[in-house]
Design a protein around this ligand. Structure first.
Ligand code: EPU
Length: 321
């Protein structure tokens, strides 16, 4: 795969490394802190400092008969955290199994899947605030969470996420909103699922639809599912009565971007070195030698066509640098 190069590069192993790093001369070079790098597209070389966050460790900071609060350092693997949690029979993040990336990225993107979002279990986020140069703790409501959105995206470069504290439940909190989960549980004859069963069913569903990280170049869902007004939705629905949709509380409607891309005939196509995944049109794929720029050009072609055909503006979910 064609790669982008960073002018400077370093790895953080400890919080001490971070405090050292921000005092150095290199730090002034437009630093960008990377988690797992699984949700990012470099369209060119990075003329600055890329920092890979490997801060690790976790600690139970509160526990009673109903809940466990665990503080997890931001460089820990998200999917390892889910495995740890379900192994202990804690509930809350099992539907987020197999999402690539780090714990630190979970609040930034407010990662979500199968009816659950990271914000549902996050109680606080410990950050370094570059505006005030101090470590502070942001409570859940301070994080301004939205659909794949948070204060960390709204105010980019202001905060470095040090750790995240999650409140996990010891009492089952089944989320069976998604038909695919219910059907897969049935297929396996599971009637009273444990947190571990839920995580393995989610893992199975994801593996059916999404490529493994590292198998091919991709960054998960490339676009956010667009949210449109009811009238706009009805106009589209007249033409496409079978279009899947989710009604939101505020009278708006969310349409699956993958369905739109498939409807435009883009599912599984390959144009030069880029294309869409054959099992899920929302996943843009680098077939081997594409530059980040080629992937972005292809994404823009889709954005343009969606605007023309559906009058919908697609927003990337992936961070473009
Ligand atoms: N669909 C198509 N064609 C496709 C793909 C999907 O018609 O090629 C239809 C499906 O049939 C279904 C609907 O679109 O009716 C939704 O598909 P799916 O359940 O796969 O979910 P999604 O809306 O495409 C979102 C998240 C995923 C998350 C799943 C499950 C976004 C942008 N993506 O995808 O998150 O895993 O729901 O909850 O919200 C990610 O953020 O990277 C990600 C993978």
């Amino acid at each position: 795969m064609t790669q982008s190069e960073a002018r400077y590069f370093t790895i953080l192993e400890t919080l001490g490394d971070f405090h050292e790093l921000i005092k150095t001369n290199v730090w002034v070079n437009n630093p960008y802190i990377l988690g797992g790098g699984s949700n990012i597209l470099f369209t060119k070389d990075y003329n600055g400092l890329i920092v890979v966050n490997k801060l690790s460790g976790k600690e139970i900071v509160y526990e009673d008969e109903k809940v466990t609060d665990v503080e997890v350092f931001s460089g820990e693997s998200w999917s390892e955290l889910v495995l740890w949690s379900v192994e202990k029979d804690y509930w809350g993040i099992e539907n987020l199994a197999l999402i690539p990336g780090t714990v630190g990225a979970a609040p930034v993107q407010n990662i979500g899947a199968y009816g659950v979002e990271a914000k549902d279990t996050i109680i606080s986020v410990k950050v370094y605030d570059f505006k005030t140069n101090e470590i502070i703790i942001l409570g859940n409501s301070d994080c301004n969470f939205g659909y794949r959105d948070s204060i960390f995206k709204q105010e980019p470069h202001r905060y470095f996420v040090i750790s995240v504290t999650f409140r996990l439940s010891k009492i089952p909190r089944l989320n069976l909103e998604y038909g695919a989960i219910v059907n897969t549980l049935k297929e396996h004859g599971i009637t009273d699922p444990s947190a571990k069963d839920m995580a393995s069913v989610v893992t199975e569903i994801r593996q059916r639809k999404l490529p493994d990280v590292g198998e091919i170049g991709m960054a998960g869902s490339f676009f956010k599912n667009p949210v449109i007004l009811e009238e706009h939705f009805q106009t589209i629905q007249q033409k496409y009565p079978d279009m899947p949709f989710y009604e939101l509380e505020n009278g708006q409607v969310k349409i699956p971007a993958g369905w739109i891309i498939e409807t435009l005939g883009y599912k599984g196509i390959k144009e030069g070195n880029v294309g869409t995944y054959d099992k899920h049109a929302l996943v843009l794929v680098n077939y081997g030698n594409a530059t980040g720029e080629e992937v972005w050009d292809f994404a823009q072609k889709i954005i343009k066509e969606v605007k023309e055909q559906f009058d919908i503006i697609f927003e990337p979910e992936v961070i473009i640098l």
